[in-house]
Write a protein that binds this ligand. Sequence first.
Ligand code: CS2
Length: 508
Amino acid sequence: MAINSALPPLSPHTPGIRIRDTVPAPGIVHLGLGNFHRAHQAVYTDAAISAHGGDWGIIGVSSRSRAVTDAMHAQNMTYTVVEISPEGSTFSTPRVHSDVFVAAEDPERVVAEIGAPTTRIVSLTVTENGYTYSPATGSLNLVDADVQRDLAQASAPRTPIGQIVRGLQQRSRTHGQPVTILSCDNLADNGHHTQRLVREFASLLPAAEAAETLQWIDANVSFPSSMVDRIVPATTEEYRQLVADNCGYSDAIPVPAEPFTMWILEDNFIAGRPAWEAGGAVFTDNVAGYEQLKVRLLNGTHSLIAYLGALSGAATIPESVGKDYIESAARSVLRREYLPSITVPEAVDVGAYEEQLFSRWRNSALGHRTSQVGSDGSVKLRQRIPLPALEMLDGGVMPHYLALTAAAYMTCVAPLKGFDPGVHAAAMQDPARQLLASYASESSTGLELAQKVLGEHHLLGDELATRSGFIQRTGDFIEILHSHGAAAAVREAAHPTVPQPAESPTVS
Ligand code: CS2
């Protein structure tokens, strides 16, 4: 992986870099050692420890891959964060990981680390998909083989929720010290979402064990919500080269990131926390307002940009949003369909927020891929579309652009027979890809596909599954995307050619 074998590898002794000379003692176990964590929470933690000290080192757990853990060991727990903007790049080298390892290689250690008395926070960036919840119900996905296995056997859990519950049980049975579970993923109300799944898992254990575990959790574990925001693409050879050229060392695992970063948290840490405000984190009682703002305006709009872009041949988000019709669709879904569904926090100027989003998306130096944002739509869209869509439908208005988002997603990952959505759509990964492809192979029209995916499979939840007008509209857009392309579908969303009286809410 080395770029230039003549260059020394990055280490704390590399001349000319500012870096902590010892790794901090651990206080946090983090599940999900991907790029996002290393460019976000790790950077805030570095600032907190630099400003105020404290044993808040992070034990980073990668679920399966050794790529990051091997390199972190080889580089003495450090790596480069490369802030990329069209004006230029800046480089920094956080060093906050006390240790890192791979869960699949040492599953018992995950439980032991979560259970250790030194651990006061267990944080997660495991993506929407890592929570093993069912998009249809929002509850634990009991048909997932790993969930079933983790419930049936106490040892070597594989799912993050299973690992957490087994680690909490260890705490309750040994020292009994309280701990905070901190979700840092893009899930609406992520603290409560995680708490619900953890409690649900615990409640499915054998009766006596379930009661004891739940009681301990309720008294000793806090689940603050947090809103995380920073665009962090995947590492490529180009970024390794950039580091080599600018820093004079070779780093196998640099993390590219946009300059913008934001972290809003609920201050509910039962066993203490680092002074993350030193890195700019904001503690507030209104995390929910910020989460909705971010998950809908940023992430929801991002999905539409990714799917329409991929279908238009755009490899990256800046290339996609650079097409006039995609920018116009993005602005419309943001303003007309996502915005009315949220209460904007008082401190936020929504016009400025929108402009800032577009300028972040246009950061062409960053090369954020449409296939990356488009991946895992089956679990991401469940967080983004249903609530705003239902609110509009209940108010008698058809959310055309949200239906277009769902249709563009299906066209990318489950196209009808004979349609090739292109290489960027093909590169999108999705846990439901195979299942949706089988629905597509049994469908001959867009409507049939939409009915199967939304109506029968409940991909966007139980409630939207009952809204035939929305499903019909999604089917229309699938047809247009297949026959006339993304620009035509955007025209149809802007000037619908079919009368669309939105249905009144279904009576249950
Ligand atoms: C993106 C996010 O992949 C996606 O779905 O919308 O990863 C987005 O880049 C981050 O949430 C920005 O904070």
